[in-house]
Design a protein. Sequence first.
Length: 125
Amino acid sequence: MANTHPIRTAVIPVKVVASVKTVSFGVVCALMCKTGQILNDKIAKKDDLKPHPSNPNWTMPKTFGVWKLPVEAKGKRHRYGNYPVRETELKAEFGAAVLIELYYSRMVAKRHADELNGDAAGAQK
């Protein structure tokens, strides 16, 4: 069985029904967080990051986060961007932002945010 898209979908055996299911990117992210398995892209941990020697606002290696904004925020509720710079911008603009996940890949962070926002067209790009 082959994956039709290596990042958006994944084939995961489901023990309960003893069959193979194809699940959405959001479900894969949830499974990755719960089981600690890395299926398509590595998830960064804050403890593994070090400040960049030339700019303490950057991290080594470069990471990208997905944040949840307060309910009163207008526009898309979930945003993504470079960590920690984007986090600082979101907190200044909206007053609060909760980090959901960190990724080493900007593309995967974007897809995760698009999936959380219900933007199917953006998640397929």
